[in-house]
Design a binder for this molecule. Structure first.
Ligand code: ADP
Ligand code: MG
Length: 242
């Protein structure tokens, strides 16, 4: 059994009368690819936001890598090694792809900011890893939606996280680029990074997820391997039309 790297306990978050996360207790093992599925509005993105300090939980706790991080600010959580992407990629549009990678340290690249040789080298390595060195000097506003997803992943990788939360990384990406994103995720996972991903596409999940957790109405309804959760009649009805 692997160590637990991320663990939430009875996490709750409401917006007015709407209970978006209704006591979520989830454990993620170090080294796994853990998928979260569930209908629109079931609280998946809220869960990521509450874990990573973008929302404050009403109650419950979050532990990461042996330390309680509940209520920490988002930038501190990111520096601690828990990275995340957003459902909508939001690069600095007037910067190039390479500058976007370098700018993660400084929230942009104002004049007078010095970037170390080491960070430039890391940016080059990530461009190679994601197979996008040819667009390094393109402005982020000029690249495709799929390339923006790759850039979003690259920006997170600059911070060398132990665990990455991905919110629908393949949504709106063409199938060829989708396969490349999956290939890169697998490579980075094999190098030791843990992933939790929110994903709608069942073929992506069957392809990459070690375990799957199913959300519905702010709660976990079932959890297991892809085969196990898709054997559950509630999941079959909701996702497979059976
Ligand atoms: P999912 O990602 O599973 O589609 P979300 O976590 O985005 O679901 O949303 C869960 C519920 O919480 C939805 O009903 C949504 O409208 C609501 N919600 C999410 N964020 C906010 C917010 N900032 N303010 C008010 N309601 C929100
Ligand atoms: Mg969402």
């Amino acid at each position: 059994m692997n160590d637990t790297i991320l663990e939430t306990s009875e996490l709750k978050k409401s917006f007015g009368a709407l209970v978006a996360n209704d006591g979520i207790s989830l454990s993620v093992e170090a080294g796994e690819v853990h998928a979260i599925i569930g209908p629109n509005g079931s609280g998946k993105s809220t869960f990521f936001n509450t874990i990573t300090g973008f929302y404050k939980p009403d109650s419950g706790s979050v532990r990461f890598d042996g330390e309680e991080i509940t209520g920490w600010r988002s930038d501190r959580i990111a520096r601690r090694g828990l990275g995340r992407t957003f459902q909508i990629a939001s690069p600095f549009e007037d910067l190039t792809v390479r500058e976007n990678l370098l700018g993660v340290y400084t929230e942009g690249l104002g004049s007078g900011i010095r970037i170390s040789k080491e960070k430039r080298k890391r940016a080059d390595e990530i461009l190679e890893l994601l197979e996008i060195p040819h667009i390094a000097d393109h402005e982020a506003s000029d690249i495709s939606g799929g390339q923006q997803q790759l850039l979003e992943l690259g920006r997170i990788l600059m911070l060398e996280p132990e665990c990455i939360l991905l919110d629908e990384p393949t949504a709106g990406v063409n199938p060829a680029l989708q396969n490349r994103i999956l290939k890169h995720l697998r490579t980075i996972n094999e190098q030791g990074t843990t992933f939790v991903l929110i994903e709608h596409d069942m073929s992506v999940i069957s392809n990459i997820a070690d375990r799957v957790t199913v959300f519905d109405q702010g709660q976990i309804v079932t959890q297991g391997s892809f085969e196990e959760v898709t054997a559950d009649h509630r999941v079959r009805e909701a996702y497979l039309g059976q």
